[in-house]
Write a protein that binds this ligand. Structure first.
Ligand code: AMP
Length: 190
């Protein structure tokens, strides 16, 4: 395993803790954690064209279209710091996005090493989300985000399992325990 050479996806429902875990693992592996949600929020805050296009979609808890997301991710992965690896957080979220990512990596002569699935029971997700209170986290939006996850994103678990890339960890543990489990997996697949 060469240091920094990791191409991983952190996968899980909203509220699974995947963002926290992506950031922790990125520090350990010295590769960037790439959160598409954070990139889009930054675009909204900066008032860019992209930000204007996605603002209402995000506020409704819906998904930004796959073509826009492919452009966002292609540009980000082209940056210097992602040359030797990355942890994607919040992408892909649909099968079409997973196929686009596969093609994008193929063009670079690369493939994913693993998709790390942080699993948390649904009632715990709702409890965590209600406690979190971000601006877009009113209950109706939370339920919409979970519905979108169930219908569009969760099928990706089977899609990646078929490709022998999916590795599940129990996300219903302390942050430190989940981080340790993920680090152990990455040592194995790295
Ligand atoms: P997140 O912080 O990952 O929960 O993302 C916040 C919001 O950004 C989502 O609810 C979507 O509206 C949008 N978003 C982030 N990543 C994606 C993606 N891969 N595909 C579509 N929409 C996305």
């Amino acid at each position: 395993m060469s240091p920094g050479d990791h191409r991983l996806v952190m996968f899980g429902a909203p509220g699974s803790g995947k963002g926290t875990q992506a950031a922790l693992l990125a520090e350990t592996l010295r590769v960037p954690a790439i959160s598409t949600g954070e990139m889009l929020r930054a675009a909204v805050a900066a008032g860019t064209d992209l930000g204007h296009r996605v603002q209402a979609i995000m506020a409704a808890g819906a998904l930004v279209d796959d073509g826009t997301m492919a452009d966002v991710v292609r540009d980000r992965l082209a940056a210097d710091d992602a040359r030797r690896g990355f942890i994607l957080d919040g992408y892909p979220r649909t099968i079409v996005q997973a196929e686009a990512l596969e093609r994008l990596l193929e063009e670079r002569g690369q493939r994913l090493q693993a998709v790390l699935h942080v699993r948390v029971p649904e009632e715990e997700l709702v409890r965590r989300a209600l406690a979190r209170q971000r601006a877009d986290d009113i209950e109706e939006i939370i339920r919409e985000r979970l519905r979108v996850y169930r219908e569009q994103t969760r099928p990706l678990a089977a899609w990646y399992r078929d490709r022998d890339l999916l590795v599940a960890v129990d996300g219903h543990q302390s942050i430190e325990e989940v981080a340790a489990a993920l680090a152990a997996i990455v040592l194995e697949v790295g």
